[in-house]
Design a binder for this molecule. Structure first.
Ligand code: BES
Ligand code: MN
Ligand code: MN
Length: 462
């Protein structure tokens, strides 16, 4: 049997080139202009799972983009790991901020990645991390070293809210039956400090529309005499936080889980440099809810953020106009026990109630999902911890993340399975931003670590 390390060094160039080919396809789920590319990507994932030794791979149609399912069942009595990931990516805009085109992957050395990093949309989120699993599978099957059963479920709509996955899961319970779900779609604390993501925030995403007069008006002839929807919208949005940056929506915090002092002290032990954080973002100060640290603000506390705002004239030069309408897209990140549908309702009734006379307000919910917390004392966590220990020489640190993968809570509800989040990305990967990249070292370390998870998990279970 060849060791995983030597298998990686023999096949490194191929592992990189195959990922680069996958990254060339612009599988942007949000933009229907890329429909054919998203579908093509599903086909490439299918072929890669077949090549990696899955016995049965299929493309499962949904009302949206298809789900690629693959499996290798070696013995019904052995444990089954279900790997979930997504092959769709975020839109790459603004394009002019990319140093190289988002779908023409290039390898570039950086300070953090002297071995090189692959720059492309989806490199880290999530094609690169999905592909680590495909290559780890290839290694295990090629060596006849797969210790348990494996199922893959790679979807194409994660970045737009996984609207059709819930139905697929609910109607395929037997097919997806597993002992643990394994996901690499998060990050770790630092390149040499492994961590296991133990929490994800929930999400409620809404769009608001404020309508004033029935048409755009001359801002001189009418200015001062009618409500300007943009002025009103920005004032309404500003009122959603108080002077301590607490969210003002009545009932918003009612169900928020408050961590004990011990839990907060435990969290504060994770390595973190506020200076480095500020430097990385070119900011002179952090900002957020009074009474909480930066790491608490972006993980265990709920938030409300405007993701986009528009209306009126934004073209070149000046146009004197009072717009008829103003819009904003708003996300609320939620923490355990907050129910996203309830929060969406609270937002809607509050936002409607604060609208002044002279405007009409419409709130349209987009999508959402529940948060998730992983226990640290189950076999999945233990196996992951041992796997990192083996390849990084260090016990991973449990870390609650601020991001969301709404389907994780639904897996538990529908399949009764816990999820273990073994992410190999870094905050500096710039996911969802221009110049997204994935360190080659991270990519290969992922491929190296994953087979150990299977081995230890199977041992713990038997
Ligand atoms: N992979 C991310 C989520 C993530 C990244 C979690 C890093 C933790 C650490 C995922 O693809 C994502 O972007 N999720 C969306 C939510 C979704 C409903 C659009 C998010 O968090 O904004
Ligand atoms: Mn992702
Ligand atoms: Mn994402």
């Amino acid at each position: 049997m060849q060791s995983i390390q030597s298998y990686i060094s023999d096949n490194k160039d191929r592992f990189l080139n195959e990922l680069i080919d996958l990254l060339k396809i612009p599988s942007i789920s949000a933009d229907s202009a890329y429909k054919d590319d998203v579908l093509k990507t599903a086909g490439v994932i299918k072929a890669s799972l077949e090549k990696a030794g899955c016995d049965h791979v299929e493309i499962c149609e949904t009302d949206g983009y298809p789900i690629v399912y693959g499996e290798k069942i070696i013995d019904e009595n052995l444990p089954t790991v279900l790997v979930y990931g997504h092959y769709d990516v975020q839109p790459p805009d603004p394009l002019d901020l990319w140093n190289s085109p988002p779908f023409e992957p290039v390898i570039q050395k950086t300070e953090l990645h002297p071995e090189g990093a692959i720059f492309a949309r989806g490199a880290s989120d999530d094609k690169g991390q999905v592909y680590m699993h495909v290559k780890a599978m290839e290694y295990m099957t090629s060596q006849n070293e797969l210790p348990c059963n494996v199922k893959f479920m790679i979807e194409g709509e994660e970045e737009v809210g996984s609207a059709n996955l819930g139905k697929f899961v609910a109607s395929n319970r037997e097919k997806l039956k597993n002992d643990v779900i394994l996901i690499s779609d998060t990050g770790m604390i630092a390149k040499d400090i492994p961590s296991i993501t133990t929490g994800l925030r929930g999400l409620s995403y809404v769009e608001v529309e404020v309508t004033g007069p029935n048409r755009d008006l001359h801002s001189g002839l009418y200015g001062g005499a009618v409500a300007n929807p943009i002025n009103v919208l920005t004032k309404m949005i500003a009122s959603l936080h108080d002077e301590n940056n607490h969210i003002t929506i009545p009932g918003f915090y009612d169900k928020v889980e408050n961590l004990s002092d011990e839990e907060r002290a435990e969290m504060a032990k994770a390595p973190f440099s506020l200076d480095a954080y500020k430097r990385a973002l070119d900011i002179d100060a952090v900002y957020g809810e009074k009474g909480y640290t930066t790491n608490e603000r972006n993980s265990i506390r709920p938030t409300l953020d405007v993701n986009g705002i528009w209306g009126g004239y934004t073209g070149e030069g000046a146009k004197t106009v009072i717009a008829s309408k103003a819009y904003a897209k708003i996300s609320m990140r939620l923490v355990p026990h907050q129910d996203w549908e309830e929060i969406t309702e609270l937002f809607k009734s509050h936002f409607e109630s604060i609208a002044p006379a002279g405007v009409k307000v419409k709130v349209t919910p987009h999508h959402g999902g529940q948060g998730y917390v992983t226990p640290t004392n189950f076999d999945g966590y233990k196996a992951a911890s041992m796997a990192y220990e083996k390849t990084f020489g260090m016990t991973p640190i449990p870390e609650r993340s601020g991001g969301s993968i709404p389907i994780v809570a639904l897996f538990e509800q529908e399949l009764g399975s816990k999820t273990i989040l073994m992410g190999f990305g870094l905050d500096s990967d710039a996911i969802h931003s221009p110049n997204e990249h994935f360190g080659i070292g991270n990519y290969l370390k992922g491929i190296e670590t994953i087979p150990w998870f299977y081995k230890y998990y199977t041992e713990l279970k038997s």
